[in-house]
Design a protein around this ligand. Structure first.
Ligand SMILES: Nc1ncnc2c1ncn2[C@@H]1O[C@H](COP(=O)(O)OP(=O)(O)OP(=O)(O)O)[C@@H](O)[C@H]1O
Ligand SMILES: O=P(O)(O)OC[C@H]1O[C@H](OP(=O)(O)OP(=O)(O)O)[C@H](O)[C@@H]1O
Length: 320
């Protein structure tokens, strides 16, 4: 059977083939029980227990794959989605729908300039050379800046411009597919627009941020007309369940009923705390979901409010 025949009837789900988002995206697939075996170096894997075919693509190519309707679902960074939308504005049939913020791969797209140079504001970069992999977003950013400055339409960057009567860009956007910070060190650009998380790469290239174009995180997207909407909903619910399980823990404790109101305010839960009578007269057992990052504070406050036997339990999975 040809590959095309094998793909027939399968929901295509694009996931990062490498890079920063891959490990956590694969963990979500595992948590959602989408089982697959990826043949060596293959960019397509068939799920053995769902009607899904996984397509392994660079994160930057996933929005276009889903947005043009080739795939039904995708996991990629919201930076990649916005870059795609800047290059190919959505229409009634193309473009992607944001389904879930997956809360990993958080970073910022920032305008970076030499740490000890004269440039202190993005306005000072108009007319200069900017190295980036995000040319759509950088072009839009500098077009808006130039628009605010009332920049004249001197054409310096060799690209076609002036579509829809827009002024041609004065700022020169230099596209590089990676290692963008090195472009400044090598004298190719006056500044860069690139991703920053810890800031280590930026600082080791002698750069500092002067503006943030956007904040990004990994996102589940779907096409406007997915092949199998029922399975899209099912997979979305499964992934949402895994994300919620990662975000919350279950907090259980015993407390005298007279102190329940105070404790319930500390642990209101997602909907409401579960309260059961204990065999001991006047005491109740309480269960509530608590954000993982709040656990220490919540336990301190519960102890002060008179709760006893406080337990924190990890969640394996959840469903709304
Ligand atoms: N330092 C970072 N911290 C957190 N998330 C990041 C970081 N760098 C990139 N990302 C996220 O991961 C996505 C993919 O970036 P990554 O550098 O892993 O790309 P890649 O697909 O391996 O391509 P490349 O070959 O250009 O590096 C980015 O679009 C962004 O959403
Ligand atoms: O602020 P930091 O924690 O240092 O992370 C930022 C770096 O991470 C990304 O690159 P990556 O290392 O994925 O490689 P790339 O430059 O080849 O894309 C990004 O392009 C920055 O260079």
């Amino acid at each position: 059977m040809s590959l095309l025949e094998q793909l027939n009837g399968r929901l295509l789900f694009a996931v990062p083939k490498k890079g920063r988002l891959q490990e956590k995206a694969f963990a979500l697939l595992k948590g959602s029980d989408i089982q697959f075996n990826r043949p060596d170096r293959s960019d397509i894997a068939f799920s053995s227990n769902t009607p899904v075919a996984l397509v392994f693509l660079p994160a930057a190519d996933i929005p276009a794959f889903v947005g043009r309707g080739n795939g039904a679902l995708g996991i990629t960074g919201s930076d990649c989605i916005q870059e795609y939308e800047a290059r190919e504005p959505p229409t009634s049939t193309t473009g992607v729908e944001h389904v879930l913020d997956l809360r990993f791969g958080v970073c910022k797209l920032q305008v970076q300039v030499p740490e000890h140079g004269e440039i202190q504001t993005p306005e000072q970069l108009v007319g200069k050379t900017i190295a980036t992999s995000f040319d759509g977003l950088s072009r839009r950013y500098f077009r808006e800046l130039e628009g605010k400055q009332g920049a004249t339409s001197t054409f310096t960057n060799g690209e076609g411009g002036g579509a829809n009567g827009e002024a041609k860009l004065k700022t020169n956007i230099l596209h590089l597919s990676g290692s963008v910070e090195a472009a400044y060190s090598l004298g190719m650009a006056d500044a860069v627009v690139d991703l920053v998380e810890s800031g280590l790469t930026m600082r080791s290239a002698g750069l500092k941020p002067i503006a943030t174009v956007l904040t990004s995180s990994a996102t589940l997207i779907k096409s406007k007309h997915p092949s199998d909407p029922a399975w899209v909903s099912k997979i979305t619910a499964r992934i949402q369940g895994v994300i919620t399980a990662q975000r919350y823990v279950l907090c259980c404790y015993n407390v005298e009923r007279t102190k329940l109101e105070k404790c319930s305010k500390i642990t209101p839960g997602k909907r409401a705390p579960t309260v059961n009578n204990l065999e001991e007269e006047g005491w109740v057992a309480v269960q509530a979901m608590v954000e993982s990052g709040q656990v220490a504070t919540v336990m301190d406050e519960l102890s002060l409010a008179g709760a006893h036997d406080i337990l924190i339990m990890k969640l394996e999975n959840t469903r709304q």
